[in-house]
Write a protein that binds this ligand. Structure first.
Ligand code: PMP
Ligand code: GLN
Length: 388
């Protein structure tokens, strides 16, 4: 038999699937893969249920239901002061995962360079490479995850087609500030590059940090694709409803990819997402403050056990250094070990690097978007285990 595509067939199974399967096998408390215990807002699920029973369950328009595209545009105005034309500048996708693939396949020409920031979300590199892009990786170093400006500037050149990055950032929970975004924007303008910005955790931001879209910065309105996800904003990760916002000329090739990737997304879930995006500001504020409380609960518990807990400015996650517990193994060993021995699962941060062999191997990521009882159970189990 002829070989399949080698970029794809050479991939392993994603760390989230691997760790969740292990968690099921050992019936551990799963703080690995990021999905909330919360059911999501009643009115959002009710809207989707009503639409399922009474609405038009046939192919929605390829760009998405008008109601959702309008809601995405209104939401961008409300939270980022962006004026978006819902008819030409919004595309609905089957999750941010599809949105990312549409942007990368739609924009990258084989041989184009793509700047990415490590640690990075696991779907980015395989799609960049499958699109023929040449990755130029720049690393944030723990524990501060500061933007290495010199390295970033050196990664850009006339060959750069785009930078793909994520803020608030999974897994290191960094929220890029205006200065950092301004630095990235200047590089994009200088080298005529696009920015594809994964903003799925836009509403899950803590303390005095604020989410700012790079699209709002001078010169970036025409060259940014901004990606959101109903899964994250409404605690409905199984829904897989995402949205891309970009200027008309930039959105066109992205939408052309979408038409042959999935073509469309279930209409009832789009309807539900539209209801969600129109919820009162108080909903979004309480989502952030509830998550912040959970962050504090888990981070406090882990620190008490002896983990070195890194700051978390946003997302569902907190990163910890486990060397202080005296464990002499890699992050992968540690995650397996606490799953089988303590009954708690986390994910190794080295999985968020191109070459895990060249990555730091003493950080693990815990997810805190869980019921307080789930968090307490995890803390108790780890406390009990490390006391021995
Ligand atoms: N980007 C990041 C940074 C994520 O953490 C996730 C995970 N959910 C996604 C994209 C994918 O989002 P979706 O489930 O909407 O495809
Ligand atoms: N985004 C989720 C995480 O980082 C996982 C999504 C997935 O499993 N593909 O945990």
């Amino acid at each position: 038999m002829k070989p399949a595509n080698t970029t794809i067939s050479g991939l392993g199974t994603t760390v989230f699937e691997v760790m969740s399967a292990l968690a099921r096998q050992y019936q551990s408390v799963n703080l690995g893969q990021g999905f909330p215990d919360d059911k999501g807002p009643d009115e959002v699920r009710q809207a989707a249920a009503d639409y399922l029973l009474n609405g038009h369950n046939q192919y929605p328009p390829m760009m998405g239901l008008p109601e959702l595209r309008q809601a995405v545009a209104e939401h961008a105005k409300r939270f980022q002061s962006l004026d978006i034309d819902w008819q030409t500048e919004v595309l609905v996708t089957s999750g941010a995962t599809e949105a990312l693939a549409d942007c990368l396949f739609g924009l990258i020409e084989p041989g184009d360079e793509v700047v990415l920031i490590e640690p990075l979300y696991d779907s980015y590199l395989p799609i960049v490479r499958r699109a023929g892009g040449v990755p130029r990786l720049v690393r944030l170093e723990p524990p501060s995850w500061t933007l290495p400006r010199q390295e970033l500037a050196a990664a850009f050149s006339a060959r750069t087609k785009l930078i793909l990055f994520n803020t608030p950032m999974n897994p290191c929970s960094k929220v890029f500030d205006r200065e950092e975004l301004g630095f990235i924007a200047d590089l994009c303008l200088k080298h005529d590059a696009y920015a594809v910005c994964d903003e799925v955790y836009e509403h899950i931001v803590f303390d005095d940090h604020r989410h700012l879209s790079i699209m709002t910065l001078p010169g970036m309105r025409e060259r940014t694709a901004r990606i959101g996800s109903a899964g994250k904003s409404f605690s409905l990760t199984g829904w897989k409803v995402g949205y891309v916002t970009a200027a008309p000329d930039m959105l066109k090739p992205i939408a052309k990819t979408h038409q042959f990737m999935t073509f469309t997304t279930p209409p009832n879930l789009q309807w539900g997402a539209a209801t969600g995006l129109r919820l009162d500001k108080r909903y979004f504020e309480s989502l952030a403050s509830e998550m912040q409380g959970k962050r504090d609960r888990l981070a406090g518990g882990l620190a008490q056990i002896g983990f070195d807990v890194l700051p978390s400015q946003g997302t569902y996650f907190v990163t910890t250094d486990f060397r202080s517990l005296g464990f002499n193994g890699t992050d992968e060993d540690f995650c397996r070990h606490i799953t089988t021995e303590a009954g708690v699962t986390a994910v190794p941060v080295s999985a968020f690097y191109d070459d895990p062999g060249q990555a730091p191997v003493h950080f693990v990521r815990f997810c805190f978007c869980k019921n307080n009882s789930t968090l307490e159970a995890a803390i108790d189990r780890l406390k009990e285990y490390f006391r021995r």
